[in-house]
Design a protein around this ligand. Structure first.
Ligand code: PMV
Length: 309
């Protein structure tokens, strides 16, 4: 008997970083992600993929331990396979956490499908090993498999997510600009600036939260032009927070010149990572990915997991 589970990756359309400070964010699950399989074994173990750096291997072992503990240590051997680029802002650790949590919970209670709530709880235990104190946006979006509005209010232990209706699908070009520092260090560097100049940074977080709220309404109304404009403004605010780079900015401008309604960095950013461009058709998004001269793919976000790539 073998069990299988999937955790999709995600893109943050609006609100990264500010979400850590209590602002709203908008994110959607993409078709790429992590597949986990579990086969009967004498104890609960993970076959770690080869070729990982020692620090990542150690982190992965600790994260699996946390999930195994939270899921009741079913006697299975877990393997994972991913088609998501790692550390690019596409939620690879959240996707891994959700895939592993799902397969472990299935193995613990083979009679039923684990609830989304339990999957999210166990995945959070893993995410904490990877990211310290994450907002929870990544693994919550992955567990939902949908486009969500997410918020973790100041002082709250957990965030809350609302699955959005998406009357007009969202065709995206996702462009991989280059390697970047870990999310943890980009978040920590921003925290230092914010602690030094709290009023100025607070204003920017507030503006990002308002822009995200407007973008969420635009998604629900099927207004792609309004969503695109919110993305452009959000990118400007992220630049103001010191989270973009020359290469990220160049890719954003290139996407706009290729017809994107809006373009911005996605995820932690900093010195690299990914950018996204919103188009009014998947064909246009696809054309942009072939002419941008960087590794890129398309993902059209819809309400549920019916993704087209
Ligand atoms: O790890 P990434 O690149 O997907 O970024 C996560 C989003 C942040 O808002 C920067 C951090 C968080 O915990 O929400």
């Amino acid at each position: 008997m073998s069990l299988a589970a999937f955790g999709p990756g995600k893109v943050i359309l609006l609100g990264e970083h500010a979400v850590v400070y209590g602002a709203q964010a908008l994110a959607g699950a993409i078709a790429r992600g992590v597949h986990a399989t579990a086969t009967p074994a004498s104890s609960c173990t993970l076959v770690r993929p080869t070729g990982l750096k020692p620090a990542v291997r150690q982190q992965l072992a600790a994260a699996f331990e946390a999930a195994a503990e939270a899921a009741g240590r079913p006697a299975v051997q877990v393997r994972v396979e991913s088609d998501l680029p790692i550390s690019m802002g596409l939620g690879s650790s959240g996707a891994l956490s959700v895939a592993v949590a799902r397969v472990l919970l299935q193995a613990s209670a083979p009679s039923g499908t684990p609830s989304a709530r339990r999957v999210t709880e166990v995945a959070l235990e893993m995410e904490r090993q990877f990211h310290g104190t994450p907002s929870g946006l990544d693994h919550t979006c992955s567990a939902s498999g949908a486009v969500i509005a997410f918020r973790k209010r100041k002082g709250a232990e957990l965030g809350t997510a609302r699955t959005l209706e998406v009357p007009t699908p969202l065709p995206l070009a996702v462009v991989l600009v280059g390697e970047r520092s870990p999310t943890r260090s980009t978040v920590a560097a921003l925290r230092e600036r914010q602690a030094r100049w709290p009023v100025r940074y607070g204003r920017l977080f507030d503006q990002i939260g308002r822009t995200a709220a407007e973008g969420i309404a635009a998604v629900e109304q099927g207004d792609l032009a309004a969503l695109g404009d919110a993305m452009n403004v959000n990118h400007g605010l992220l630049c103001g927070l010191g989270l973009s780079s020359a290469a990220l900015d160049a890719a954003v401008h290139r996407l706009r010149s290729l017809g994107a309604l809006g373009a911005k960095l996605t995820g932690a950013g900093g010195d690299g990572g990914a950018v996204i461009g919103l188009f009014d058709s998947t064909a246009k998004a696809r054309r942009a990915t072939t002419s941008i001269g960087l590794p890129a793919f398309t993902s059209t976000l819809t309400r549920s997991e019916e993704h087209t790539t």
